[in-house]
Design a protein around this ligand. Structure first.
Ligand code: ADE
Ligand code: ZN
Ligand code: ZN
Length: 263
């Protein structure tokens, strides 16, 4: 009898696992993506910005606090920040023309963070909280599927396989592809492409809204290359990892630009 229960338990675990992995909405760039953005941003901060940030973050690094936005997601007290990680737009629509989420989105969320950080009357505690959120959100808005379509929840509903294992298109971009590359966030940051001053200037230009519009354009091309049921793997990584790495680098450069302007 006991053996029968154990067998039944193992049997149901076997079938439950892949279904759960593909139905729970994927979170954000995984930890490696967010930390890479933080570590790259670090290298572009001015000395005075660094000192102001170190004081607020109690000497924790940008990489260390970059995942905070995800960590608070399971805490009901922070529920209202749940929609601040992404934007949804119709294909080829601009953020300005899109229907806005009444609960807020990554653009309104990031702009709110900037406002608190610039507010002379805000407490250091509030500033630290919104600084950590800003570091996270600027990472998120560079993940193409964080500026995707509402109808498939930014690719969460596009079920695919990664190296034969059930996942979805959103998760492939958050973590499957980057984790498959098997580099640490420090290695990814250290191996970011060399850029000229002129190239950095081009990346730094624009507003948070412009950056989201650019990410949305990339989302449109990501959608075009994949259909439900595809088994993605080495070929997909070969063709898309360059874009993922470039997005992490842009996220880091733009995060540093925002912080240098604020502090
Ligand atoms: N995460 C959860 N819902 C999402 C959506 N609609 N778009 C992007 N990411 C999401
Ligand atoms: Zn995500
Ligand atoms: Zn997020």
């Amino acid at each position: 009898m006991k053996l029968k229960f154990i067998l039944l338990f193992c049997f149901s675990l076997f079938f439950l696992q892949p279904t759960q992995a593909s139905t729970v909405p994927a979170p954000e760039w995984g930890p490696t993506g967010h930390r890479t953005v933080g570590k790259i941003a670090d290298t572009y901060l001015k000395g005075s910005t660094k000192r102001a940030i170190q004081k607020l973050l109690k000497r924790h690094s940008l990489a260390f606090v970059s995942t905070y936005g995800d960590e608070i997601k399971s805490d009901d007290r922070y529920r209202k920040f749940g929609t601040w990680h992404y934007v949804n737009m119709e294909a080829n629509q601009s953020y300005e023309d899109s229907e806005k989420n009444p609960k807020g989105d990554a653009v309104t969320g990031a702009e709110y963070c900037v406002q608190v950080l610039k507010d002379k009357n805000a407490s250091d505690e509030d500033k630290a909280f919104y600084l950590k959120l800003l570091i996270h959100i600027i990472g998120d808005i560079h993940q193409p599927m964080h500026a995707g379509l509402a109808e498939d929840k930014g690719g969460n509903d596009i079920k695919v396989k990664w190296m034969g294992k059930s996942t979805n298109l959103h998760r492939v971009w958050d973590s499957d592809m980057i984790n498959g590359f098997d580099m640490s966030y420090t290695e990814l940051a250290d191996n970011a492409d060399a850029l000229s001053k002129a190239q950095i200037k081009v990346i730094e230009a624009g507003t948070i809204t412009d950056w989201v519009n650019e990410t949305h354009t990339l989302a449109n091309t990501v959608y075009k290359d994949v259909k439900t049921g595809d088994d993605l793997g080495y070929k997909y990584a070969y063709e898309n990892l360059t874009l993922a790495r470039s997005q992490l680098q842009k996220g880091g450069i733009r995060l540093a630009k925002l912080l240098n302007d604020i502090f």
